[in-house]
Design a protein around this ligand. Sequence first.
Ligand SMILES: *[C@@H]1O[C@H](CO)[C@@H](O)[C@H](O)[C@H]1NC(C)=O
Ligand SMILES: *[C@@H]1O[C@H](CO)[C@@H](O)[C@H](O)[C@H]1NC(C)=O
Ligand SMILES: *[C@@H]1O[C@H](CO)[C@@H](O)[C@H](O)[C@H]1NC(C)=O
Ligand SMILES: *[C@@H]1O[C@H](CO)[C@@H](O)[C@H](O)[C@H]1NC(C)=O
Ligand SMILES: *[C@@H]1O[C@H](CO)[C@@H](O)[C@H](O)[C@H]1NC(C)=O
Ligand SMILES: *[C@@H]1O[C@H](CO)[C@@H](O)[C@H](O)[C@H]1NC(C)=O
Length: 932
Amino acid sequence: MDQQHKVIPLLLLLFQVLLVASQTDSQDYSGLNSLTESWSNKPQNWVGPDPCGSGWDGIRCSNSKITQLRLPGLNLAGQLSSAIQSLSELDTLDLSYNTGLTGTIPQEIGNLKKLKSLSLVGCGFSGPIPDSIGSLKQLTFLALNSNRFSGTIPRSLGNLSNIDWLDLAENQLEGTIPVSDDQGRPGLDLLLKAQHFHMGSNKLTGTIPEELFNSSMHLKHLLFDHNQLEGGIPVSLSTVSTLEVVRFDKNALTGGVPANLSKLGNLSEIYLSHNNLNGFLPDFTGMNSLTYVDLSDNDLNASNIPSWVTTLPGLTTVILGQNLLGGTLNLSGYSNSLQLINLEDNEITELDPQNNLPNFELRLANNPLCRESGASEKSYCKVPVPNPSFYSTPPNNCSPSSCGSDQVSSPNCNCAFPYSGLLISRALSFSNFSNVSYYRELEQSLMDTFRNQSIPVDSVSLSNPFRNTTSDNFELTLDVFPSQTDRFNTTGVLTIAFLLSNQIYKPPEFFSPYFFKGASYEYYGGEPKGSKSSSHVGVIVGAVVAVVVFVVLAFFAGRYALRQKTRARRSSELNPFANWEQNTNSGTAPQLKGARWFSFDDLRKYSTNFSETNTIGSGGYGKVYQGTLPSGELVAIKRAAKESMQGAVEFKTEIELLSRVHHKNLVGLVGFCFEKGEQMLVYEHIPNGTLMDSLSGKSGIWMDWIRRLKVALGAARGLAYLHELADPPIIHRDIKSSNILLDHHLNAKVADFGLSKLLVDSERGHVTTQVKGTMGYLDPEYYMTQQLTEKSDVYSYGVLMLELATARRPIEQGKYIVREVLRVMDTSKDLYNLHSILDPTIMKATRPKGLEKFVMLAMRCVKEYAAERPTMAEVVKEIESIIELVGLNPNSESATTSETYEEANAGNAQHPYREEDFSYSGIFPSTRVEPQ
Ligand SMILES: *[C@@H]1O[C@H](CO)[C@@H](O)[C@H](O)[C@H]1NC(C)=O
Ligand SMILES: *[C@@H]1O[C@H](CO)[C@@H](O)[C@H](O)[C@H]1NC(C)=O
Ligand SMILES: *[C@@H]1O[C@H](CO)[C@@H](O)[C@H](O)[C@H]1NC(C)=O
Ligand SMILES: *[C@@H]1O[C@H](CO)[C@@H](O)[C@H](O)[C@H]1NC(C)=O
Ligand SMILES: *[C@@H]1O[C@H](CO)[C@@H](O)[C@H](O)[C@H]1NC(C)=O
Ligand SMILES: *[C@@H]1O[C@H](CO)[C@@H](O)[C@H](O)[C@H]1NC(C)=O
């Protein structure tokens, strides 16, 4: 039925061409391969052997070596294996926002000597930060925040002399802050180029070492908040004149606030709250960059509130509550920039001037002056009810659309699936959350960045601002809307996430330092997440029960069949089993379950002397004839050509195999002939020909979309049965449209197990054989490794699905259907932009519902790596769900849901038998086993 013999050498040539033409270094390719082998949710276009040449999403190359892996926000799941070290030229590795990436970071990461940027923000990694990271001398950007790392901060990080950004925040790191010692061991004090030490929200202990800071440093943002640090604030801090934000809040620091801090002329925000600091409130006079001061919840003293609190020119917020500050608060000449002074829970006795209330928010509750009679009426003595802000980006001169499920109306009132996440500021300069101009500025800066990077963004929306009281960070929901289309493709999401994970987006000063936590974006793929069978146990139990029932039935049926055959012998000229023994050295007669023996003369008679008019097919195997049994039953007789005859043992094995499988979506074996130098297989006759003939229009059967879905389901069920319920499991090896037959009701029946092989339970669960199959349908992994698994059938089945959607042959005019679909497919567009390639027939009536899901499933079936392909059982489930989506019951038998069926079929001859009347062999009661 095909041309395998010519095809194999051609295929070989094709693959050689592909390999020679590959632009990817083979070490990198195999490294990437084993690194990502077990990952799930990889980008759709990761197909083929050439990541560099075929532009895989998230991969950048230079001189055929992979230099960048940028994969943030893909919902990847798996582990980071030591195979990462094979990518020897890697300079950028970003796996941020993939919460499913877990496990430890391998020491081998230290072999990536070219690495400049390593970003693993917001994943699920745990265990220690490997020492070897310290040997990445080129590293400038290291972001490991928001994981579950434990252990200590490795000293070796002190060797990262080029580091600019060091973010270890929000982990479970413990131990002390390492500084270099007199034994020559490195420490963080050596990181003179660093601008960012972000180590908040860990479990660090010990003191903040004096040695950590000196005037050669360039730190801007120094964050050690939410740890268990003790001791005093090091005076040396005051020598780092570049500092802009210092956070030591929520620790156990003691001692006074060094007066020298006032030398920090560029310091804008200082957070020392929730410690045990004592001594006098420091004098910050002259710190003209200061905007935000929080020294609350300490034991600080003052005989009077110093004048800098009210008069420093840029100051907006001063929070000094829960201290021991006493005396008078002098408001005369207060700065216009002030928005809030909070002195609650102190010892203040007097306000001067008393009745001239300021135009900023002043809070003095729980001070002696508020205990005086009548004072409780004063506004500044009241404890204000928290006033959460409700900012949400307003519509841009339009009325918001009411959108379908999961879609959101953008500020420009278009319905779309936005890419979302939390934009988190580690500074709190947004003290006055109701100041709309801040939000507008933030929106504008985001839009500017996206436009500069040519990302097709329609608009951004900010909403739900709040202060996270666990981390004391300021959080905002960010929604980024696509332009022109309703969803981003993988490239779009990767680019946006990378801009944010790598701090390429620079927010306005008031929002820095920030970080972003991306949510997973599920709308480009349409891959149902967690599609793994939720009831594995049920399936297994069901399968076991089915197999047991089958075996019991088969046993009785076999006995019955034997008795019947003994009777039948009388009418046969020859004893088939004696004949078998005569012709073979195999000794025993075939162990048949239902298939019956035919003599050569009988079959010749049934097929009218193998006449040309009775020929219904031909191929490499030989010819197929239609035959009519004396009962009137139609059969298809497959007569092997001399060249393709197998040895007797093989033939016996094959008919044993074929007689063992019974499923309504598999063409049943009626019997066989092994006599007079002939090998023939007799199958049930399937009236409506092959799927290939239907798709090509040759058979005159109009295959509408729904019929195609049902055919896909039937073929999938048949295959799933072979893989999971046949005992032993069977790999078909030659799934293609000419091997899918259509019965009277257009139910699909998988035919031609001529190449099938039992799935021998070898150690590794696969079979190594000479490659067989049909060009265009052949699994490339099987081709290259010669290791056959069920997943090779899944690949061929995926090609078949594409054939159903496009009505194109897998290779047509030199174009390979898988590549063609990939080339035009754009998940952000209507019908995934596949209009040009889809079969116009299915577009005729109504929009083919569920087509996107169908194509997406097909693309998963043709994934490069077998491990990423679904099993046939999963495919069955997904097609069932697509059929339900279309509004039909996947378990209804008839395909006549389309009223046009009879019409389309009107010219065809009457079908001589109906499936209901047909029993598999007529010898024993049909024992059909259905997959669960
Ligand atoms: C730091 O680098 C120096 C010089 O390259 C090396 O000798 C030392 O072992 C490294 N220290 C650590 C802790 O990695
Ligand atoms: C700052 O510390 C580093 C490392 O401890 C040292 O090499 C450098 O000389 C120091 N600079 C000053 C000005 O003390
Ligand atoms: C802190 O300031 C005092 C007085 O101005 C000065 O003597 C001392 O050297 C300063 N310390 C540091 C570490 O700068
Ligand atoms: C302080 O900030 C100004 C303006 O951003 C900058 O020009 C200056 O270099 C900074 N000074 C230090 C010591 O970093
Ligand atoms: C608040 O911050 C903590 C610590 O970073 C985090 O675990 C939590 O999810 C945040 N809460 C919200 C509502 O974002
Ligand atoms: C993704 O979308 C962008 C812009 O819409 C487009 O330029 C690009 O070709 C698309 N990429 C893929 C792989 O479809």
